[in-house]
Structures are given as structure tokens and as C-alpha cells.
Write a protein that binds this ligand. Structure first.
Ligand SMILES: *Cc1c(COP(=O)(O)O)cnc(C)c1O
Length: 380
């Protein structure tokens, strides 16, 4: 980390290092250049805090910001962020006019959305800028390939009449295998050809998120959409570390020991006595639980950093608290506990927690709950 966070201010907190965000964006942007970089700050910036992260990402050199839905994008604009901004996942009843008035580009996944956006733009006397999304194989949103010609035809017609601007064409990869990525890449190229045959000249063709931005140069096109990488969490789940990718984890989740108890051999701990002491030992109580996004699934599996070592979480993780077996180490109430952070400090990583909970690092950081205050370090 670029800055030592100091003593915890609260008995539970997520420290977000904005210098790490800036450095990660700068490193990724340099890696993918000349492609432009979009920092994806959906879901409150993967739990890190959308507005401070967006500002740090722009300082680090991001050209664009990405949000999932229009409300997230509007919140960024209304916080004073003027950078180019795209939102792509829409409520069927979404009113697009407030987004268009705020110069938010809109992803389009159907002919209906295209027409709704054009109507909304006309209602506020503006021309919407859209990015047409083709489903190249993820089978989620995006225009189905069988409808693509109709959609690009309609969009080109609207553009010729000055009622729409098609700024981008994009898609999203399933990251299923190199062969499937290659098939999606080929489908994307065909969709681009069809768009150009219809008369469209989108300036931003984009396909890659972090995983492909790093490892599949031919998927970079004009812009890459960088989510997990800017937070310093690896996208792969294959043991590749942040350091391997030249990235720094931005979030440290920590708290303070609130109770310490010496127990005898055979003593059970926490709900269901899912763990029992094999010999006399000391337990430290940590005031974070599944209400705070600490996965119960990681009970008896995860580790934390406490009193200068990694130590096991024992017994069931409860809603508000869990226990750590510290053996004979001299641990006291008030001592700092790090659940995850930068592994170069000795602490586990978010990926270590993901392994313990059979999930991915994305879910670990994104689900840190509202009860955990975020504290920002690393300056502006
Ligand atoms: C979330 C998202 C991204 C970012 O993906 P990462 O794997 O976090 O880099 C990019 N594009 C779309 C469409 C997304 O929904």
C-alpha cells in the first residue's frame, strides 16, 4: 500500500486506498494503449465507493466511466463528475430523459430500447448518444445476432435523420475458454461488418473487460472496460496474484479485537459448535459478520492477520462476529485484525477469502456491507 492506514478509526472499517486505484488505472491504461480505458464503477465501485473511486480513476488516466444502470450514472453526474459516462443495463420502465439531459451515453440491447431512447431524447430536445450491444455468446443482454441487422439498419436510419448518434458498438465476453473467446471475437467482427454495411461508423468498438484487456490484445479494439483490475483484484481465480499483474489491492477490511477468551481443550465455539478446541487456546472475537459481507461459507476455512501472523477463523461466522484461534499469542482487546488487504503486508487477499468461500474476489469486495464505514486514504 502507498500509505499505512494507521490505527483503525472504527471497530470495523474498509480502508480504500485511492492511490492504489490511481496506480492500477495508470498501469492498465498504459498496458492497453492506444486503446482507451473505461473505469467500471458499477455497484458502488465494487463496494469501494463510486464517487471517490471515479475521481481517482479519472486522475489515474481513465478516459471513460462505466455504470450498470442509469441511476448509478446519474448519481455520478450529480456528484459533479463530467467525464464521458456509459450505462448499459436498463429497467424496462426506465425513463431515459434524465440520463440524456446529463450527457450519459446509453447501451442499447433491443429495438424497443432504441426507440424509447430516441423518443426520450426528442422529449427533451436532445440527441442521445448510444452504444449498440451485440450478444456474441454470453446469452445475457445485447441484441440477439438474428436481430442485429434490423437494429443496425434502424439505428443508421435514425442517425441519417439526425435523431441519434451511434458512438459505439460493444459486446461482453464469457471468459469461458480461449476457443470460446475467439468465437466471440469473430462474432463481434461480423457484427461490426454488418454495422458498417448499414452505414454506421462507430468511433468506439469495445469488447474486453479486465481479463481480456490483460491477456487478449486482439480484443482491445478502441476501448477496454476495466472493472475488477482497477481495484487490484485479479480477474482469473487461477492463483494469479495482483502483484503478478502489477496491481495493488485497494481495499483493506479490518477491525479490532473486541474480546479475548482462554478456553480449555474440548470447548466448543460459536453456533452449532462447528469447531472444538483440540487443546487449550485463546480465542479473539472480531466484530464483523455476514451482515458485513464476511461470507459464512468461509467458516472454519479463512484466515486473518492478527498479532503478526495469519491465524485461522474458527467456528461459524455469525451475523455480526466471528472467532479467531490465536493459540498462545498475547492478543489483547483493541488489537488490529486484517481480514484482507494487500498480501505483501502478510494479510490474506480478497482472493484468499474467495477461495475459502468457494467464490470469486469480485463477490468478496462488492458485498462488504453498508454497516462497514469506508475510509479513504491515498489523497486526491
Ligand atoms: C462489470 C462489467 C465489466 C467489468 O468487468 P471486470 O471483469 O470487472 O473488468 C465490463 N463490461 C461489462 C458489460 C460489465 O458488466
Amino acid at each position: 500500500m502507498s500509505e499505512t492506514p494507521g490505527a483503525p478509526r472504527s471497530f470495523r472499517e474498509a480502508v480504500v486506498d485511492l492511490a492504489a486505484i490511481r496506480a492500477n488505472v495508470a498501469a492498465l491504461a498504459a498496458h492497453v494503449a492506444p486503446a482507451l480505458s473505461m473505469a467500471v464503477v458499477k455497484a458502488d465501485a465494487y463496494g469501494h465507493g463510486a464517487v471517490p473511486v471515479a475521481r481517482a480513476a479519472l486522475d489515474g488516466g481513465a478516459d471513460w466511466l462505466g455504470a450498470a444502470d442509469v441511476d448509478e450514472a446519474i448519481a455520478l453526474r450529480d456528484a459533479g463528475i463530467t467525464a464521458p459516462l456509459l450505462a448499459w443495463l436498463h429497467d424496462p420502465g426506465a425513463g431515459f430523459a434524465p440520463a440524456i439531459e446529463r450527457d450519459i451515453d446509453l447501451g442499447v440491447s433491443s429495438l424497443e430500447q432504441l426507440h424509447e431512447i430516441v423518443r426520450a431524447a426528442a422529449s427533451v430536445d436532445r440527441i442521445a448518444a448510444v452504444h449498440l450491444k451485440i450478444d456474441t455468446g454470453l446469452s445475457r443482454n445485447g441484441v440477439a445476432p438474428s436481430n442485429w441487422e434490423r437494429v443496425v439498419g434502424a439505428a443508421a436510419e435514425l442517425e441519417r435523420h439526425g435523431r441519434l448518434r451511434v458512438r459505439g458498438v460493444f459486446s461482453h465476453l464469457a471468459n469461458a475458454s480461449p476457443a470460446e473467446d475467439a468465437a466471440q471475437l469473430a462474432a463481434f467482427e461480423r457484427a461490426l461488418d454488418a454495422a458498417s454495411a448499414a452505414g454506421l461508423t462507430p468511433e468506439l468498438r469495445h469488447l474486453a473487460s479486465t481479463a481480456a484487456a490483460l491477456r487478449l490484445p486482439e480484443a482491445r479494439f478502441d476501448l477496454v472496460r476495466l472493472g475488477i483490475g482497477i481495484y487490484g483484484v485479479p480477474p482469473y481465480g487461477d492463483g494469479t496474484t495482483a502483484a503478478d499483474l502489477g496491481l495493488v489491492p485497494a481495499m483493506t477490511l479490518r477491525g479490532r479485537v473486541v474480546a479475548v477468551r482462554r478456553i480449555e481443550a474440548g470447548t466448543g465455539a460459536s453456533y452449532g459448535h462447528a469447531w472444538r478446541a483440540e487443546h487449550a487456546t485463546t480465542l479473539a472475537l472480531v466484530p464483523l459478520g455476514y451482515a458485513d459481507g464476511v461470507p459464512r461459507q468461509a467458516s472454519n476455512r479463512a484466515e486473518v492477520w492478527l498479532a503478526g501472523a495469519r491465524r485461522p477463523v474458527v467456528g461459524r461466522i455469525a451475523m455480526d462476529q466471528f472467532l479467531v484461534d490465536v493459540g498462545d499469542a498475547p492478543v489483547a482487546v483493541g488489537d488490529e485484525v486484517v481480514l484482507f488487504g494487500d498480501p505483501s503486508s502478510g494479510a490474506p487477499s480478497a482472493d484468499d477469502w474467495a477461495d475459502a468461500a468457494d467464490t470469486i474476489g469480485y463477490e468478496i469486495v462488492t458485498r462488504i456491507g453498508a454497516r462497514v464505514p469506508r475510509r479513504y486514504v491515498g489523497g486526491a
